[in-house]
Design a protein around this ligand. Structure first.
Ligand code: ZN
Length: 449
């Protein structure tokens, strides 16, 4: 087998790996490069392979940095099937259509042409072959693949290829431990070669089991202040976990009654997909569903999909809680709420996700006293709080434990999907604790397996 690294090397976006086996070519993920905006130049570059020669694509999960260039691949002549989990297929459609909307906005504002349009997305969706976990798929003569639960977001998988008497696993993204709804990552099992993500290869997360109490404290304080609590959240997984935890606080009367708005059409569409796949939930979530507790629905929760409903949130008396995108506050409905409530000292902004350099979220996270929103200078008088344990990614401990869960260690581990320092730190620890060969990859690297 031959493996070529075509994206997400020394960085965390643009996942794309080319596997050649039994005389055929397969692609694992085909994600978008993201650098704060969709105008990232490299997305327009030609693929380093001929898309018409790819036999099939295997997609690990629905995040844009893993699926975002699939419509471009189809546009460039790929005509084969795309194998993925059924929930991933549904979520990917939402993610790709949202990407088109963002690109159209960027086209209007900055004159950057769109990479693909709605019809390319629909053509891509037609190529999906939804396949459940643990079912072996025969991709070609002598080449099989199987999906295993990665515990990262709904439908996420790591994939194991078998061909030419060898096995290779592509981790996709691996989930954080002890988080609600999704299951724990399936153990690695026996494998010859491992291609593993290293997003948080340097980081040890806070324990997620305490975060619900931190959330409770912040809500109680907001209610006491008669203020508004704004929570910017990513549409996939983070929002659903937040709803799950708010449901438990409300149902167990651990917080006083308060209106809670989910003001993100993409997050509510994604939540509807979650509701369709309870079979992928962990035991605790399945138990709740089994006794009739829909944790995406609880007293006080209002879903505001239309623009008018969103605007009407302004008229609701304080206190209130607003969950809205985008997660890094570089766009989306959260901006309108920030504009209105950041100057109010009774308000709180709760940051629960990573804020990239250069985003409004990062400025606020750094406690800057003045920020610009829609060209207006805003004085920040709201309280800024942060809870760091809402990450959907495995940390260094989890990554190492996952490798250790293999009965026999892989012959070689190729690190991908991580910045240089994360890869180096993880490589050091893996080599120190396990007798295993580790390779940090760069784009264009070709290896024989
Ligand atoms: Zn991901």
């Amino acid at each position: 087998m031959k493996l070529t690294f075509c994206g997400a090397n020394l960085e965390v976006t643009g996942s794309c790996h080319l596997l050649e086996a039994a005389g055929k070519k397969f692609l694992i993920d085909c994600g978008m490069f993201q650098g704060g905006h969709y105008a990232e130049d490299r997305n327009w570059n030609a693929f380093p392979f001929d898309p018409t020669t790819i036999e099939a694509v295997v997609l690990t999960h629905a995040h844009l940095d893993h699926c975002g260039r699939l419509p471009k691949l189809v546009k460039a002549g790929f005509i084969g099937p795309i194998y993925t989990n059924p929930a991933t297929a549904d979520l990917t459609r939402i993610v790709l259509l949202d990407a088109v909307e963002v690109m159209r906005y960027n086209e209007k504002k900055n004159g950057v042409p769109v990479l693909f349009d709605e019809s390319d997305v629909e053509e891509t969706i037609r190529r999906f072959r939804p396949t459940d976990y643990n079912h072996q798929i025969n991709l070609a003569d002598g080449v099989n693949v199987i999906f295993k639960d990665a515990g990262h977001i709904l439908g996420s998988a790591f994939v194991k290829f078998s061909a030419e008497g060898q096995t290779v696993v592509f981790s996709g993204d691996l989930g954080n431990s002890h988080v609600p709804i999704v299951r724990e990552t399936t153990p690695l099992g026996e494998v010859d070669y491992l291609v593993m993500e290293s997003t948080y290869g340097s980081i040890i997360h806070e324990d997620p089991q305490n975060r619900v109490y931190l959330l409770q404290e912040i809500i109680i304080q907001t209610i006491k202040n008669r203020g508004v609590l704004m929570i910017p959240a990513f549409s996939l997984e983070r929002t659903q976990e937040l709803l799950y935890e708010l449901d438990s606080l409300v149902e167990n009367k651990l917080i006083p009654p308060v209106p809670i708005f989910l003001d993100s059409p993409m997050a509510s569409a994604a939540t509807d997909v979650y509701k369709n796949y309870p079979q992928y939930f962990d035991e605790a979530a399945q138990y709740l569903i089994g006794r009739g507790d829909d944790f995406f629905k609880f007293a006080g929760l209002k879903i505001t999909n239309s623009v008018d409903d969103s605007k009407a949130i302004n008229d609701v008396a304080l206190p209130k809680i607003i969950i809205a995108g985008s997660g890094m506050m570089n766009g989306g409905r959260i901006l309108h709420h920030l504009l209105r409530y950041l100057p109010d000292p009774r308000s709180t902004l709760l940051i629960i996700s990573f804020q990239a350099e250069g985003t409004l979220g990062r400025h606020l996270y750094n406690r800057e006293k003045n920020v610009r929103i829609y060209g207006q200078e805003i004085e920040v008088k709201a309280k800024i709080d942060a809870i760091g344990s809402y990450s959907a990614h495995a940390d260094q401990n989890k990554l190492v434990e996952w490798v250790k869960s293999a009965k026999v260690l892989p012959k070689k581990i190729y690190l991908v999907h991580g910045e240089s320092n994360s890869m180096k730190d993880l490589e050091k620890r893996l080599k120190r604790e396990l007798d295993v060969k580790v390779v940090t990859t760069h784009i264009g690297l070709e290896v024989e397996l």
